[in-house]
Ligand binder design. Structure first.
Ligand code: COA
Length: 387
């Protein structure tokens, strides 16, 4: 396999983007990534695009071809492929692009992700997202994503004594980070009281325990490491890649407080990268709900089971702490356009490793991403390093 680097990154601002269409969101992010890599469209060999549910959110399917067309690349007939794994669609798009370059099949490859969620109401959005769970055993019984993660939170709090305040601190920390990220949907710091007194969504999860509904797109460009300096002075190398799957229904898991696919994908990425947990300077984890961040920190091996609440309370997951988590603001404050999130995590990681994350900069050589589909039926992890 060839070594692979990220040579350019682009991201739209996340939020409610009334002014932009689904296709224009992709074009905006793609153009930013091309500009960042000093490339023109004709130099692109292949595109992957992560998207969960454009068919239901904007009534558009056939996303690979659409994206190639509106990127102005259809006349070059380049391959363009949609990748879908619910909220892990973006991470999987990156993995497919990585594999295409590493295998030698293609040289200059775009990994993008896009979702436009706000054109439908909350009821429809909730139902579309519920399709990432097991429709026949979960969705049909009326269970929603906040509901599923609320079950994890209830069991976790009972078993490990996680306090309401510790859980809320995840959101406080991520809103603090989001306030420093110009692309974030929410840019206001909040307090523990804001979280604890916000509207109950699915007990014990409240409004500020949830990631929001978001429009947005992100795109990154990959190339063989040996060619990377043709395009940029600051290539960021892909050190490790891990993907794993688990049961689609939460009730079929051995333990609902552990996302076993996170454990497997994380271990695979670490094994391939040949680095240890202590070498990682920060992680962009999939905090679709506050409890998801708590589980991710533990399942990726940064502390023992039951200890992430204390770690968070002590400020060890904040920028400047022992293991900063979600310097971008995470899904909680940056927003969660489901198909784009995994690519946005790579965008943030590259910005950090290049030293371009003004206001939220972490001084480190190595960063990690962790993207989850459903309640952990698909997990994709990547580890990146400065060259
Ligand atoms: N965190 C903080 N504030 C939020 C928010 C969130 N997650 N979601 C909405 N808001 C704010 C809005 O900005 C708005 O504020 P304003 O009145 O100051 O403008 C207010 O709350 C009402 O927004 P609205 O869009 O009407 O909320 P809603 O009730 O329709 O949706 C949720 C709230 C929690 C149901 C929705 O955000 C949601 O479903 N989140 C989970 C998404 C999800 O499951 N993703 C997949 C995970 S795997």
């Amino acid at each position: 396999m060839r070594e692979v680097a990220v040579i350019g990154v682009g991201c739209t601002k996340f939020g409610e983007k009334w002014e932009s269409s689904f296709r224009n969101l992709f074009v905006e992010a793609g153009a930013l990534a091309l500009e960042d890599a000093n490339l023109s469209g004709e130099q692109i060999d292949e595109i992957f695009v992560g998207n969960m549910s454009a068919g239901r959110f904007v009534e558009q399917e056939h996303i690979g071809a659409l994206i190639a067309d509106y990127a102005g690349l259809a006349t070059d007939n380049i391959p363009a492929t949609r990748v879908e794994a619910a909220c892990a669609s973006g991470g999987l798009s990156f993995r497919q692009a990585y594999t295409a370059v590493a295998s030698g099949m293609s040289d200059i490859v775009v990994a993008a992700g896009v979702e436009k969620m706000t054109d439908v109401g909350t009821e429809v959005t909730t139902d579309v997202l519920a399709a990432a769970a097991d429709r026949e055993w979960e969705g049909i019984a009326g269970i929603t994503f906040p509901g599923l993660y609320a079950m994890i939170a209830t069991e976790y709090m009972h078993r490990y004594g996680l306090t309401r305040e510790q859980l809320a601190q995840v959101a406080v920390k991520n809103h603090d980070n989001g306030a420093k990220n110009p692309n974030a949907q929410f840019r206001k710091p909040i307090t523990l009281d804001t979280v604890i007194n916000s509207t109950l969504v699915a007990d014990p999860l409240r409004l500020f325990d949830c990631s929001p509904v978001t429009d947005g797109a992100a795109a990154v460009i990959l190339a063989p490491l040996e060619r990377a300096r043709e395009f940029t002075d600051t290539p960021i190398k892909v050190l490790g890649a891990g993907q794993a799957s688990s049961t689609i229904a939460l009730h079929d898991r051995k333990d609902i407080c552990t996302l076993d696919a996170t454990v497997a994908a994380g271990n695979r990425a670490f094994q391939m990268a040949g680095v240890e947990r202590k070498d990682i300077g920060f992680v962009e984890v999939h905090d679709c709900f506050t409890i998801a961040e708590i589980c991710a920190i533990e399942d990726l091996g940064f502390c023992k089971k039951g200890e992430a609440g204390k770690l968070t309370e002590e400020g060890q997951t904040a920028i400047g702490g022992k293991i900063p988590i979600n310097p971008s603001g995470g899904l909680k404050a940056c927003g969660h356009p489901v198909g784009a999130t995994g690519v946005k995590q790579v965008y943030e990681t590259v910005k950090q490793l290049r030293g371009d994350a003004k206001g939220r900069q972490i001084d480190t050589e190595i960063g990690m991403t962790h993207n989850v589909g459903g309640t952990g039926a698909t997990v994709v992890c990547h580890i990146f390093g400065r060259v």
